[in-house]
Design a protein around this ligand. Structure first.
Ligand code: HEM
Length: 484
């Protein structure tokens, strides 16, 4: 009997001990060497979670189950103080989370430019060795300049207006005939078609539809574990990537053989481009970057358009101001005339709606870097080999910076100081999104076309939101759509 009591007591005592050992394991394994080293700087406050999974369960709890993703960060504020920097273990890595304007700016700005932080989620097999998202230093600068020149030249920006307006018009006319629209499905296809038209001059066809499926496969592979066995998402993504590269290569060859095939599009711009060393981009550079731009530009833009439809349904006062501005512009131009790039300056309220949609939608929750050398900033240490997770979304919904942050209020932009480092929807510094103008112009055209001649309402105004992998409406925002 005595032995039984003794054993039970021993086992009961063992449970908290085991818990303590498991809860301390990551802390000792990852942090202890940094407490001892005298390279300067202290690790930020935080919790390394459990062995292997780290804090992933807590992350999933807030992002998947409670539907309050920002509580993940607010909980850290409450526990460790508003330092704007915390340590954690997530997605299989020890990591530093940054979530204040100065730390975010440092990581995306100076720290990235001087090479202390490099690309965070390298996957050269899927994105290509020469992709802008993979390359570093001088090579990255060269690629970035080339892409910006190809996408943001006045000719390219004008081209967006010429090519996309008839497409939006035709799409909305079809929607009005159909009546009930699954916005997520429709807008993803539309955004993919648009980007194929702008980049490759491919118009809607069965080939473009199959390319869209391949891109979805590629995206799933990027989000999956990189295990290359038949049946895995990664294996399928590699197949998709090979097929997509083959399509782009064959288009390049056809344009090289017959100059008449050169079109007014992004691919031709890239093929013609001569960099600052007088060199043309090689075929691998063109294929890898075209594939990456298509991938980065398609879902993000579609998602912003879906959220725009949703917020405008929920805020009729905003919609009516938007209509007013766009009616006036349309009347001045004449009924059948489309917008051109010079009209953008007249669209002051529409531009604020665009900024507000992108802020509140938080299409990119966060972004990643890898620490390439021990780095210190403001007394805190970023250890070599750890990840940095720049928590973009938390600043965009912080009441300290945005009054009533969850309210959709484009007028807030009248007073907002854009250089405060708070609004980083497109990132910041040398890796800032090179497609930001393209995304904004598409949204402007979309809003202009949809708000003047059509009306819609949500089938389910209380539709739930899912936050992973990116914020989206759970059932794709069905609407009933018609002419005004
Ligand atoms: C609303 C739409 C969009 C949002 C919110 C968005 C957001 C972002 C963010 C936050 C980054 C920074 C990533 C980092 O620092 O690591 C980024 C990078 C990038 N974006 Fe976008 N983006 C959008 C649309 C587009 C479009 C339309 C394109 C191209 C057609 C594009 C192409 C890229 C590329 C290639 C990069 C990598 C840049 C580099 O590594 O140097 N994005 N985007």
């Amino acid at each position: 009997m005595d032995t039984q009591i003794w054993m039970t007591g021993f086992l009961l005592g063992l449970i908290p001990l085991l818990k303590w050992v498991l809860r301390s394991f990551n802390h000792w394994w990852y942090c202890y060497p940094h407490f001892k080293s005298n390279t300067g700087g202290q690790l930020p406050p935080g919790d390394m979670g459990w062995p292997i999974v780290g804090e992933l369960l807590s992350f999933l709890w807030y992002f998947k189950f409670t539907g309050k993703p920002d509580d993940f960060i607010w909980k850290r504020f409450a526990k460790y103080g508003n330092t704007g920097i915390y340590r954690t273990h997530m997605f299989s890595f020890p990591a530093i989370i940054t979530c204040s304007p100065e730390f975010n700016k440092f990581v995306m700005g100076r720290g990235t430019e001087d090479g202390s932080f490099v690309a965070g989620w390298p996957c050269p097999k899927l994105l290509g060795e020469q992709s802008i998202t993979m390359v570093e230093g001088e090579q990255h600068k060269r690629m970035r300049r080339s892409l910006l020149e190809a996408v943001n030249s006045p000719k390219s920006l004008q081209n967006i207006f010429i090519k996309l307006q008839p497409v939006f018009k035709e799409t909305f006319e079809n929607w009005a005939v159909k009546g009930e629209i699954h916005t997520a499905d429709e807008l993803k296809s539309l955004a993919f078609g648009n980007i194929c038209s702008l980049f490759l001059s491919f118009e809607r066809s069965p080939m473009v539809e199959s390319m869209e499926k391949m891109y979805r496969g590629l995206l799933s592979g990027l989000r999956a574990h990189p295990i290359n066995i038949p049946g895995s998402a990664f294996h399928f993504a590699l197949k998709c990537r090979r097929r997509l590269s083959a399509i782009v290569c064959s288009e390049i060859h056809s344009r090289k053989v017959n100059k008449e095939n050169m079109m007014a599009d992004f691919l031709s711009n890239l093929m013609d481009l001569v960099d600052f060393n007088g060199k043309k981009l090689n075929e691998e550079e063109i294929v890898d970057n075209l594939t990456s731009m298509l991938l980065a530009g398609y879902e993000s833009t579609a998602s912003s358009m879906i959220w725009a439809i949703y917020y405008l349904s929920k805020y009729p006062n905003v919609l009516s101001k938007l209509k007013e501005e766009n009616f006036t512009i349309k009347k001045e131009k004449g009924e059948d005339k489309f917008l051109n790039y010079n009209d953008v300056k007249k669209m002051t309220y529409t531009l604020k709606v665009v900024d507000e949609v992108i802020r509140l939608a938080n299409v990119a929750n966060f972004m990643f870097r890898t620490v390439s050398k021990d780095t210190k900033f403001k007394g805190y240490k970023f250890p070599k080999g750890w990840k940095v997770i720049v928590w973009l979304r938390s600043l965009h919904v912080d009441p300290q910076y945005f009054k009533d942050p969850l309210t959709f209020n484009p007028d807030r932009w009248d007073e907002f100081n854009l250089s405060s480092g708070v609004y980083n929807v497109f990132g910041h510094g040398s890796r800032q999104c090179p497609g930001n103008n393209l995304a904004k112009m598409q949204l402007l055209i979309f809003l202009h076309q949809i708000c003047v001649d059509y009306k819609w309402h949500l089938v389910n105004p209380n539709e739930a939101t899912k936050f992973l992998p990116n914020p989206r409406l759970a059932n794709g925002a069905k609407i009933i759509f018609s002419h005004v």
